[in-house]
Design a binder for this molecule. Structure first.
Ligand SMILES: Nc1ncnc2c1ncn2[C@@H]1O[C@H](COP(=O)(O)OP(=O)(O)OP(=O)(O)O)[C@@H](O)[C@H]1O
Length: 317
C-alpha cells in the first residue's frame, strides 16, 4: 500500500454511548490513518453500528469527541455525509424506482458528474437497470447501494457489514474494490464479523468487545506480536509456569496446554522451554481468528497474570 498514511481521517476520542442501562460504547478511542482499509471487528452487539452511526452524525454520543475529515460529527454531520460514502447495514432504497432513477434522484445531493459515474459503476457491477429496485436480488441491491455511495469518489467510504448475505463472487468483487480504493489514497472503514475476509483486505484492525476498543493495531503488527505457545507436560498433574509475555488465554487438554500470548519475551523463552515440567514446547503464529477469540471469548480461561485492559493505539506512521 503506497498511500500517504500520515494523515488521520477519523478520530474517536473517549466516545461513550448508552441506550438506557445498556452501555453500547465505553470510552472508545481510535484513529484511522488515510489510505488504509481499516476494519472494525466485533461480535454481535459489540458496538460497531453505534460507532458508525456516531461517525456519520445519525447518533449523538453521550460524551467524547468524534471527527471525520477534520469535521465534528455532531456539528458538521451534513457536510460529512456530503464528503464521505456510507452504506449502512440495511441500506434503504426507494423500492419503486429503477436503479438509474435513484441515481438521478441522489445526484441532487452531490452535483455534476455523479449520474455518469454512478451509471458506469452499475455497468461495471453488472446491475440490470431496467427493472425496479424491489425486483433486484439482495446482492444487486447491495451493488446499487455501493455505487450510490462511491459515485462521487469519496475520500472516505464507511461500510457497515458490507458483505453480509452476499455470494462469494460478489464479496470478492466488493473486497477487491475496497483494496483498490485504499491503494489510490482513499480510506475505507468497514465493520465486520467476517474475520477471514478482514484478514485478506485490512491494513488496520480495531477489535471491539462489549463496547470497548480492546485492540487497535496495524494487522501485520498485531499478528507478528501475538503467538500461540503449546506445551506438552511431562506428566498430567505437573505444576507449570505461564509463558513470558501478556498471556491472553489458556486452554488445556490432558497433558497439552495452549496459550495465546502477546509480546512474548523471546529472551526469557529459553528458560521457559527448559522447565522440567515440560516434555515439549512449540511456538506458532496465530490467525486473526485465534487473536479475536482470545480477546473476545467470554468463556475463555484467563490466566492469573491477565489484565483486562483496553490497549492503546500505536502511533500511525
Ligand atoms: N436503539 C437502541 N436501543 C437500545 N439498545 C440498542 C439500540 N441500538 C443498539 N442497542 C444495543 O447496543 C449494543 C450495541 O449495538 P450495535 O448495533 O452497535 O452492535 P453491533 O456491533 O453493530 O452488532 P451486530 O454485529 O449484531 O450488528 C447492543 O447490545 C444493542 O442491543
Amino acid at each position: 500500500m503506497n498511500a500517504d498514511t500520515s494523515m488521520t481521517v477519523i478520530k474517536l476520542d473517549q466516545i461513550s454511548k448508552r441506550y438506557g442501562s445498556k452501555e453500547a460504547l465505553s470510552h472508545a478511542t481510535l484513529e484511522v490513518p488515510a489510505g488504509t482499509v481499516f476494519a472494525v471487528l466485533g461480535e454481535n452487539g459489540a458496538g460497531k453500528t453505534t460507532m458508525i452511526r456516531i461517525l456519520t452524525g445519525y447518533l449523538k454520543p453521550d460524551s467524547g469527541t468524534a471527527t471525520v475529515l477534520g469535521m465534528n460529527c455532531e456539528q458538521q454531520s451534513l457536510e460529512i455525509r456530503r464528503r464521505i460514502g456510507y452504506v449502512s447495514d440495511s441500506p434503504a432504497l426507494y423500492e419503486w424506482m429503477k436503479p438509474e432513477e435513484i441515481g438521478w434522484f441522489t445526484s441532487a445531493f452531490y452535483g455534476p458528474g455523479f449520474p455518469e459515474a454512478y451509471l458506469s459503476l452499475l455497468a461495471e457491477f453488472d446491475v440490470p437497470t431496467g427493472i425496479k429496485i424491489k425486483s433486484l436480488s439482495k446482492g444487486q441491491r447491495a451493488k446499487v447501494a455501493l455505487a450510490l455511495a462511491t459515485a462521487h469518489d469519496p475520500e472516505l467510504l464507511i461500510l457497515d457489514e458490507p458483505t453480509s448475505g452476499l455470494d462469494p463472487m460478489v464479496r470478492r468483487h466488493f473486497l477487491e474494490s475496497m483494496v483498490k480504493r485504499a491503494a489510490s489514497g482513499r480510506t475505507v472503514l468497514l465493520s465486520s464479523h467476517q474475520i477471514s475476509e478482514v484478514e485478506r483486505v485490512a491494513d488496520w484492525v480495531a477489535i471491539v468487545h462489549a463496547g470497548k476498543v480492546k485492540i487497535v493495531q496495524r494487522l501485520e503488527d498485531l499478528k507478528s506480536s501475538t503467538c500461540i505457545v503449546t506445551a506438552t507436560l511431562d506428566h498430567s498433574d505437573a505444576a507449570y509456569p505461564l509463558p513470558p509475555g501478556n498471556v491472553l488465554t489458556e486452554a488445556s487438554n490432558a497433558r497439552q496446554i495452549r496459550w495465546v500470548v502477546m509480546n512474548l519475551d523471546d529472551q526469557a523463552m529459553d528458560g521457559f522451554r527448559n522447565q522440567p515440567c515440560f516434555a515439549h514446547v512449540v511456538v506458532t503464529s496465530p490467525t486473526l481468528e485465534d487473536i479475536f477469540v482470545a480477546v473476545c471469548d467470554h468463556r475463555a480461561t484467563r490466566p492469573r497474570s491477565y489484565h483486562d485492559e483496553s490497549r492503546t493505539q500505536e502511533v500511525a506512521s
